[in-house]
Design a protein around this ligand. Sequence first.
Ligand code: GDD
Ligand code: MN
Length: 377
Amino acid sequence: MKAVIIIPTYNEKGNIEKLINILEEEIFPQIKNHDMNILVADDNSPDGTAEQAGVLAKKWKNIDITVGEKRGLGAAYVRAMTYAVEKMNADVMFEMDADLQHDPKKIPDFLKKIDEGYDMAIGTRYSGGGSIPQNWPIQRKMFSVFGNLLVRTILLKFSIHDWTGGYRALKKEVFLREKEELNSFKGYTFQVSFLNKAVRDGFKIAEVPFHFEDRTLGDSKIAPISYIIDLLKYVIAASIKEKLFGPFGKFLVVGGTGFVIQAIILRVLVELFRYDPTAANLLGAVVAIFSNYNLNNLWTFKSEKFVGISQYLWKMLNFYATSAIGVIIIQAGIIFLGDTFLGKKYYFIYFIFGTAILLVYNFTVYRFIIWRKKPHK
Ligand code: GDD
Ligand code: MN
């Protein structure tokens, strides 16, 4: 595969020379099964980074340079990834800082994950032996650790430990799929939003632990306060949008229609046909569950929709079983426990609480078992 290491630069003249030398002389010679290339994405650095890269590109033929207007890190990446795909025919792209904070020796680890079939490999500083500089002052360490924890918590996505980092490898398909949506994230928030979209679309993602080195030359370009504000704005908005308009919101709407269907059947059978209420309620439930199943299949989880008849029927059986377990064991169980240990007086509170737990249980089973995400192809 053709791999392109994209290195965004703004005033990294000294660093880019060191990094490219290490890549060309020490790292690339070790990699036999991929065609390794470099793309420097400079934004007209006043210190002459692009000119320096030009000198290096004369020495090694696998280096390209794209120079553009300075519009932030995300904008530089979108421009560079477009260039890597269209002009260099990249199959795999790396994101890598120029300032040697990303240990180049880890490149083979990322490629290994891609070779294993992952769509994206994320460098992580917060799990599996990854780390941040020992000599950072405590407040900077806390900022880094808690910032990431906050992102994971607000997005409710815990399987990825490092959302903000900029050391990654991805297949071109991931970029092409998300490209249109990335234009509004010009700064560092690009990292979080890009990854979040890749997760949403079911791309297979691996983590590669690495030690984040301290910067020795030049200065960080991050403006911490405005970065944190941008980041929070993004994760809060994305989280609300996903919860409200994503599968969970649709699941709630479907559940609401099921409730209405069951209520109407109950009334009609009892009032017009003189049915026994228990039987009428059960019949209503059977119809409501059938309707819920189909609406969830066609709408809530439409990207995981069942096509074959046997799968459709088998999953429907699962759905009925899940619904029965939920109502009989979870919802009724919680009400029973409340009545027994806390007294019957607050039965309606137990009902509300039991229903909330029931919703979480149902959604979890639907999302992770019945309509489990298929890896995106
Ligand atoms: N072309 C271009 N344009 N490059 C930029 C820009 C820009 O506007 N802003 C920053 N860069 C380049 C820098 O020159 C460097 O190579 C790389 O992007 C990372 O910038 P740093 O300024 O070194 O960032 P940092 O070390 O403070 O931030 C680290 O942590 C962030 C949050 O966890 C990096 O790993 C980031 O990638 C990460 O998002
Ligand atoms: Mn840096």
